[in-house]
Design a protein around this ligand. Structure first.
Ligand SMILES: [Fe+2]
Length: 239
């Protein structure tokens, strides 16, 4: 049984051959929040990242863009609609080993930092210290970093119900760049830290960022991430 298609915006182009859908998910009674899917195109092939099930009309638009060749799960907690797409398109499923929240579909291509990205000029970054799989994908040409829960840029609270908005603020979310607090708590090993992962991440060459929640930050993303990392771990970087 698949999850329903929740309300979402139309497919929108971010860069040449990079599209996104800003949509939503209902996570409980009175609890709705936004959720994003990224679509990459290479020739006629499409790659879906952080899949969000689309409504019929948008599925036709997706089909007009190209043929879905693969679904990439970047974060353990965002697998709700993966099976739907894999069944619909009979496409390959890419994910890191050790998926725990959604044990299906079966993984066809294992994601790690040694794997080539799903399209040209892309590379995977893996949070090596996280106890649940989480990665990011760097689109080198566009200097765009695609994340799931780890980094979220919130400009507004569209698609959030009033209740979820309150809960999110209590969880420490704010406007601007956020390291996902509940995610970080879940994935940080007891007595451990993800500081080294974030330090490695800010070595990547990116300027734009889009996560599985929130909006797209088109410029200045690395500085914003660096400030959050500094704030979280309370250290001064060496000049
Ligand atoms: Fe999430």
């Amino acid at each position: 049984m698949y999850s329903s298609a929740y309300p979402h915006d139309p497919i929108e182009q971010l860069f040449p051959d990079v599209f996104w859908v800003h949509g939503s998910i209902r996570v409980g009674p009175g609890m709705r929040l936004n959720r994003n899917m990224i679509i990459l195109r290479e020739g006629k092939e499409l790659t879906l990242i952080n899949p969000v099930r689309l409504q019929e009309e948008a599925l036709r638009e997706l089909d007009a863009l190209g043929q879905v060749a693969r679904v990439v799960r970047l974060g353990d907690f965002h697998g709700l609609d993966d099976q739907y797409y894999v069944d619909r398109y009979q496409c390959l499923f890419w994910a890191q080993a050790g998926q725990s929240t959604y044990s299906s579909p079966e993984i066809d291509v294992l994601v790690d930092e040694a794997s080539p990205g799903p399209v040209r000029d892309s590379l995977f970054f893996v949070y090596r210290n996280a106890i649940y799989p989480e990665a990011a994908l760097l689109m080198k040409k566009h200097r765009l970093l695609i994340t799931t829960d780890s980094l979220q840029y919130h400009r507004d609270w569209r698609y959030f119900s009033g209740f979820t908005r309150v809960v999110f603020k209590l969880l420490g979310f704010h406007r601007g760049m956020n390291i996902g607090g509940p995610w970080l708590k879940r994935v940080t090993p007891k007595g451990g830290s993800l500081q080294h992962d974030f330090e490695r991440l800010i070595q990547l060459d990116f300027d734009a960022l889009v996560g599985a929640h929130g909006q797209v930050l088109r410029m200045g993303a690395k500085a914003a991430v660096r400030a959050e990392v500094r704030h979280l771990y309370g250290y001064e970087e060496e000049a």
